[in-house]
Write a protein that binds this ligand. Sequence first.
Ligand code: FES
Length: 107
Amino acid sequence: MTKIHFISATGIETVIDARDGDSVMHAAILNDVEGILAECGGSMMCATCHCYVDPAWQDRVTPPSEPEAGMLASAASAVRATSRLSCQITVGPELEGLVIHLPEAQL
Ligand code: FES
């Protein structure tokens, strides 16, 4: 299990224990983290799992693939250099303590 910190757009922090090998999106859904909708279930077709990787973690999380970057362009909130689709980030021990910021809107 890997600890992940989610911080809402209003600053509320939720800490969860995510299963290694799961996606950050799925871990958020399983733990009722508000702010991740994931309407397509993780098939990279919706961008409602948009999140911002904390800048301190940016070097340890791979950048978005080209298709992911294309889908991010349709995200409801501003896309930043730290934007990722949380369904495309795989949880693993190297991400222990990862901090994910949630956008203001997902639709
Ligand atoms: S859940 Fe739809 S793109 Fe991630």
